[in-house]
Design a protein around this ligand. Structure first.
Ligand SMILES: C[S@@+](CC[C@H](N)C(=O)[O-])C[C@H]1O[C@@H](n2cnc3c(N)ncnc32)[C@H](O)[C@@H]1O
Length: 188
């Protein structure tokens, strides 16, 4: 992830490999080991797909809907999916989540890395995420742990407020990221 604003090539290192892709792969392995394989995953604020490709790899049976406001990033994501032969498992949805909520269908897992703090009303977005998830579905957030004065950052209480049960909430000392896993109750 980066400090950039919209549509400026987030999460990319010097090569073509997103900076956090290995970290995301590790986080998914650690935090979703108890989860049944999701069929539909939403990556909210997907950017160029650092999370999307980790999700596709972690869940070989799943399809991923990647949502972002940036046409440019979504095009890069799509191009990469084509290169990797994964295009049939990825749908890109261009949407400004501050302006309205696209129809995303029902998701079993929703991933949002570095994106929620960009949004004007994260509390409302968490309620939308709750609605998008199937009963028993989980949301996995990765955000900067440091409060910067601009955004709430206290994700666990906000998730609880939105109706979730928080299953994990940890800060990674190495990189100052906060990882929160929460479940929509009423599972299968
Ligand atoms: C720091 S990047 C993170 C990208 C990716 N999830 C990752 O982990 O590398 C934040 C992303 O949120 C997207 N974003 C910011 N505001 C948005 C909005 N209002 N609606 C949809 N996406 C938005 C940006 O375009 C950007 O791709």
């Amino acid at each position: 992830m980066s400090e950039h604003g919209h549509g400026h090539g987030h999460g990319h290192g010097h090569g073509h490999r997103p900076v956090h892709s290995d970290l995301y792969t590790a986080l998914l392995a650690e935090h979703t080991s108890a989860e049944p394989g999701p069929r539909h995953v939403v990556d909210l604020g997907a950017g160029a797909g650092a999370g999307t490709f980790a999700l596709l790899s972690r869940f070989p049976e799943a399809r991923v809907t990647a949502v972002d406001v940036s046409v440019e990033d979504l095009q890069r994501l799509h191009d990469r999916a084509c290169e990797l032969g994964l295009a049939d498992r990825v749908r890109t949805v261009q949407a400004d989540l501050d302006a309205g909520w696209p129809d995303l269908g029902t998701a079993d897992l929703l991933w949002a890395s570095g994106s929620l703090h960009h949004l004007a009303d994260p509390g409302q977005v968490l309620r939308k995420i709750h609605d998008v998830l199937a009963p028993g579905g989980v949301v996995l957030l990765v955000e900067k742990a440091v409060h910067d004065g601009l955004h709430g950052g206290d994700w666990a209480p906000m998730l609880t407020e939105a109706g979730f049960t928080v299953a994990a909430d940890r800060t990674l000392r190495d990189n100052g990221l906060q990882v929160v896993l929460a479940r929509r109750e009423g599972g299968k």
